[in-house]
Design a protein around this ligand. Structure first.
Ligand code: HEM
Length: 416
């Protein structure tokens, strides 16, 4: 039990706050709700158990401290058979990289490799080509009226990039985007039973898809990363079925990690640009501002607003005692607006001295795909400001009713 010495009206306020945060309206602008959360203290007991952390410094410390663990298979099993942690999708996720703790995590992370050097160089060509094609087809659509930027570009570029790296057949890609949107619910903060059922079904389909893909690559190896992972696992795992499973978990998680998050980054970045038309000229005239614009987008409204950890032992966080195995929810979307860390945090300012953020986490689980996500966002921004400088927002976009994984359902744009 988390020891909560605060008045019960705070707990009721936290319940009401999360009820509002989980709606489409709450997601349209969650930041006033985060200000409310912060006013209750930097660390607040969550109504359902565990803690909510909105202080940037405490979030950062927890992520870098190895005595805070991922909720791994062992932890999930202990939560009991009728909890969300025992849903088939959750059990499946417990075998993937971000649910592993050392020493398992250390090995699998080493096998996964990183998006650096050669891998990035090859994918860069695909990203430039895909950006060019997607913007051409967006411009065509705009000749006939409005277009939805999410469907036309943001959902397409990440699947083109990761599809190239994993060598996924082009015909399968739209199905994989759809399955990823459903699968993510098992990773949400408070999934409903029907959302978990969607996630379970999507997970089962993705398992069949990727297990078939891995077996096919074993039969016909190529130079893609799945074939490279098979070769690498074969050197340490004599059982071929186990090696195939390990490669399947890597491919599955890389796909899940790469699609929605990057799509949300691309859309929120363009939304910021549409809200500040003067930025178009600034960026077109000074392309060196592009990386700072992307980083400020990641600070201002990151694709992932919550990252969770569990305590390896009893401890005190922000003056609150919490026992071993209790979960902390690091509210990074709120922490990015912590006035103790950033001056004028509610102002979107790509020229601020430091846009430091936790959008890609920190510590040993720091996002493996951060260089790829940055490359996609920067490439898109470079091309967009030059090719479609007179783009305007047709109407305010709508957001999916979630908490942890932000998702714009549409971003309707038109020519001025
Ligand atoms: C803007 C886009 C992205 C965002 C915001 C994002 C965010 C994150 C976050 C917050 C984590 C850490 C979770 C934790 O600490 O528990 C993470 C981990 C990870 N991400 Fe990303 N990600 C993005 C894009 C990508 C892409 C494109 C890839 C694929 C190449 C990728 C692959 C991974 C992997 C494999 C991990 C697990 C690392 C580990 O546990 O050691 N991500 N990501």
């Amino acid at each position: 039990m988390v020891v909560d010495a605060r008045p019960s009206h705070d707990r009721r306020s936290a319940v009401s706050l999360f009820a509002r945060l989980r709606t489409a309206e709450g997601q349209t602008d969650p930041f006033p709700l985060y200000t409310e959360l912060r006013s209750m203290g930097p660390v607040v007991p969550a109504p359902w158990g565990g803690l909510l952390v909105s202080s940037f410094d405490i979030c950062d410390q927890v992520l870098r401290d190895r005595t805070w663990l991922e909720p791994d298979k062992h932890w999930r099993d202990k939560q009991g058979p009728r909890t969300r942690w025992n849903a088939p999708s959750s059990q499946e996720m417990s075998n993937t990289l971000p649910a592993l703790n050392p020493p398992d995590h250390t090995l699998v992370r080493r096998m996964a490799g990183t998006f650096g050097g050669a891998a990035l160089k090859r994918v860069r060509r695909t990203i430039i080509r895909a950006t060019d094609q997607l913007l051409t087809s967006l411009a065509d659509q705009l000749h006939h009226g409005e277009a939805d930027f999410v469907a036309a570009v943001s959902d397409e570029l990440p699947v083109a990039a990761i599809g190239d790296w994993l060598a996924l057949p082009t015909a399968d890609r739209s199905r994989l985007v759809k399955l990823t949107h459903d699968q993510v619910f098992t990773q949400e903060l408070l999934p409903t039973a029907s959302q978990l059922a969607l996630s379970d079904a999507a997970t089962a389909e993705l398992r069949t898809y990727f297990m078939d893909l891995v077996r096919e690559r074993r039969r016909r190896p190529a130079e893609d990363v799945v074939s490279l992972w098979i070769r690498a696992w074969d050197t340490i795992e004599p059982d071929r079925d186990k090696a195939d499973q390990a490669v399947y978990y890597l491919a599955l998680f890389v796909l899940l990690a790469a699609l929605e998050t990057t799509s949300t980054l691309l859309s929120t970045m363009v939304l910021r640009l549409l809200e500040q038309p003067l930025m178009w000229d600034l960026l077109a005239a000074n392309p060196t501002f592009v990386p700072a614009f992307v980083e400020e987008t990641l600070r201002f409204d990151p694709p992932t607003h919550v990252i969770s950890r569990v305590a390896a032992g009893d401890r005190t966080v922000g003056g609150i005692e919490i026992p071993q195995d209790a979960m902390v929810h690091l509210m990074v979307g709120a922490a990015h607006r912590d006035p103790a860390r950033h001056t004028n945090p509610d102002r979107f300012d790509p020229q601020r001295a430091k846009s430091d953020h936790l959008a890609f986490s920190n510590g040993i689980h720091y996002c493996l795909g951060a260089p790829l996500a940055r490359l996609e966002a920067q490439t898109l921004l470079h091309h967009l400001v030059r090719r479609l400088p007179r783009l305007t927002l047709a109407r305010r976009p709508s957001w999916a009713p979630r908490v942890a994984f932000r998702r714009l359902m549409n971003l309707d744009v038109a020519h001025a």
